[in-house]
Design a protein around this ligand. Structure first.
Ligand code: GDP
Length: 295
């Protein structure tokens, strides 16, 4: 694990400089350090390799070979490339629906229910919206109760129906209620399982088709590292989702999953979760994430 990649690269390249000119081979060697840093941050191996090859090309086309602080210049190139890879500008949420329907997807424990509450709170306080939360997990009554607790904390209404075991019907009834009550955003929390399986995929796909959401969000635990990529791909294949929510970034994960997911599904990361509290939500900033990944 590197405390400071910039210093490390500077040192490596300066030592080399002491022995004469920095060469292409030296640059290639130091890009290996960059790759190691990415792997330490849990970036997928293939993606890290492709990425460092690109960085090497850029470095050789720049002043790295002649500048006084080659390490810093290389780190700048790496940071800029990482930021671009993660989407450049931050993406907002599409609130064009009347009401806007937001569908949450993801595995159990990824943070869907918590994030549903955080998003409702964010939209209420920052965008002056009047959201409705809808509980569609028909397998775990505790999940419905949890959404009610969340709604109570942020003073947002929650629609649920414990008598009904058809998530599509519940989602639709929730939307009907939202229209009747004048809610302008409907956030639909769904059931997840511990791993991708056919039943869950069929269910989320049916809900998706029935309600035609403006925003389908895929929620993923940043700490699940490489697995996050496979899960993201499976959900994207079925839902062609609009954005990714990366949760649990308050842990010690470097967040390499952000790069891997973005590379594989090419969808924007929209928000990050940074704690269990309702306020622990941030709009995703690619440049900040690049810094975090590089350490
Ligand atoms: P769901 O099964 O996908 O609905 O996941 P939950 O919303 O129930 O979250 C699972 C656990 O992760 C709960 O204990 C949450 O408090 C916790 N959690 C959710 N988001 C975050 C986060 O951003 N940071 C931390 N530290 N914990 C989180």
């Amino acid at each position: 694990m590197f405390d400071n990649l910039s210093e490390k690269l500077d040192k490596a390249l300066h030592v080399l400089k002491g022995h004469g000119q920095i060469t292409e081979i030296n640059v290639a060697e130091t890009t290996k350090e960059v790759r190691r840093a990415l792997l330490d941050a849990d970036v997928n191996f293939k993606i890290a390799k492709e990425f460092t090859n690109k960085v090497k090309e850029k470095a050789l086309g720049s002043d790295v070979l002649t500048t006084l602080q080659p390490g810093q210049l290389m780190v700048k190139i790496v940071k800029d490339e990482l930021t671009a890879l993660m989407g450049g500008e931050t993406e907002g949420i599409n609130l064009s629906g009347k009401p806007t329907i937001v569908l949450m997807s993801g595995l159990q424990g990824s943070g869907k229910t918590t994030f549903s509450g955080k998003l409702a709170n964010f939209l209420k306080n920052k965008k002056s919206k009047n959201p409705l939360l809808v509980a569609c997990d028909v397998y775990r009554p505790a999940a419905i109760d949890q959404l009610h607790v969340v709604g109570g904390q942020i003073n947002v209404e929650v629609y649920s129906d414990k008598e009904n075991n058809d998530p599509v019907a519940i989602a639709q009834a929730g939307i009907v209620q939202a229209k009747a009550n004048g809610n302008d955003v409907v956030i639909i929390d769904t059931a997840g399982r511990l791993a991708v399986d056919e039943k869950m995929m069929a269910e989320i796909s049916n809900i998706h088709k029935a309600i035609e959401p403006q925003e389908t969000l895929f929620v993923v635990d940043a700490m699940t590292g490489q697995d996050a990529v496979n899960t993201a791909k499976a959900f994207n294949d079925i839902l062609n989702f609009d954005g990714v929510i990366l949760t649990k970034l308050d842990g010690d994960t470097r967040g390499g999953a952000a790069i891997s997911i973005k590379s594989v599904v090419d969808k924007p990361i929209k928000f990050i979760g940074t704690g269990e509290k309702m306020e622990a939500i941030d709009v995703f900033h690619p440049s900040r994430m690049a810094e975090r990944i590089l350490g």
